[in-house]
Design a protein around this ligand. Structure first.
Ligand SMILES: [Zn+2]
Length: 285
């Protein structure tokens, strides 16, 4: 089973995770830029983070045979902090980089006016750069959060089929299907969505849903597990879906969505020994 995790925060994960992911079939990941769990106090803190998503993390992934791309944006939560909003002016420079395959994650956290502004501005940036957009939907008040998100997407210059709405569940999947967007589901160990519920969503809704669904671990610094996509693939087989169905959801759909950028490079280059003079050996010894 080949697996493309379209949303995982490897910066927060260990080399053991990379090894376990490779052993489970993961050959490609996309790492969206997001909130680090504590507030950043200056835009420069974002730029160092963006540089690590563009340089160090792909280098680290390549050591484990995994292709790494990223999506860059001002995340929804920090869009509310005036110390961080200058990042919006710097993004056009970063969005030109080869391994950036979407603008994201953007969207709503608490649905404030500042989040409205950042979401609309970044959907426009995606359209200007001919990139798709990864849109996070709120973990609280999900139905209202998705409805407002889809309104803003409809008013944007970006066509729905260039937008992935993520963190869906049973309460939001049908509205997302009607919108024409791609559908993202984050599977967590014991909260929010899990593998069995994900299989039921696909079984109940049929082939159109399957053709537009991407499944991710959204693994980060919180309680999460980079192997949930593999367990979902196993649960699909157990429910009678075919290997081709699993390949559609776990590989071909993320390739089709991020391929809209024209920048996906899935052959992992032989690992370089160093990145900008630094190795994984902490000083070279
Ligand atoms: Zn995320």
């Amino acid at each position: 089973m080949r697996i493309f995790d379209p949303h995982i925060h490897m910066t927060s994960r260990t080399t053991d995770d990379y090894t376990a992911m490779y052993d489970a079939g993961v050959r490609a990941v996309v790492e969206p830029s997001f909130w680090l769990g504590q507030p950043r106090t200056a835009p420069e803190s974002f730029y160092d983070y963006f540089d690590s998503l563009l340089g160090w993390e792909p280098f680290r992934a390549a050591q484990h045979g995994i292709a790494h791309h990223c999506t860059l944006a001002l995340n929804p939560k920090e869009a509310n902090d005036p110390r961080c909003t200058p990042v919006l002016d710097a993004l056009p420079h970063y969005l030109l980089k080869d391994s950036v395959v979407a603008v994201g994650e953007i969207g709503y956290d608490s649905m404030t006016p500042a989040e409205d502004t950042a979401l609309a501005a970044q959907l426009q940036l995606a359209a200007d750069h001919e990139l798709p957009a990864l849109v996070h939907t709120p973990h609280r008040d999900k139905a209202a959060g998705l409805a407002r998100t889809l309104d803003v997407v409809r008013e944007s210059a970006l066509p729905a089929e260039h937008v992935l709405v993520d963190h869906l569940n049973e309460t939001t999947v049908d509205a997302a299907l009607d919108s024409g967007c791609w559908l993202g589901f984050s599977l967590y160990p014991d909260t929010k969505m899990d593998e069995a519920r994900m299989v039921r969503i696909l079984a109940d809704r049929g082939p159109d849903c399957l053709r537009r669904t991407l499944v991710n671990s959204a693994a980060d610094w919180g309680h999460s597990d980079p192997l949930t996509p593999r367990r979902f693939g196993d649960a699909l087989f157990a429910a009678g879906f075919t290997p081709d169905d699993a390949d559609q959801v776990l590989w071909r759909n993320p390739v089709a969505f991020y391929g809209l950028s024209g920048r996906l490079a899935l052959d992992v280059a032989p690992p370089a020994a160093t990145h900008e003079g630094n190795s994984l050996l902490r000083g070279g010894d």
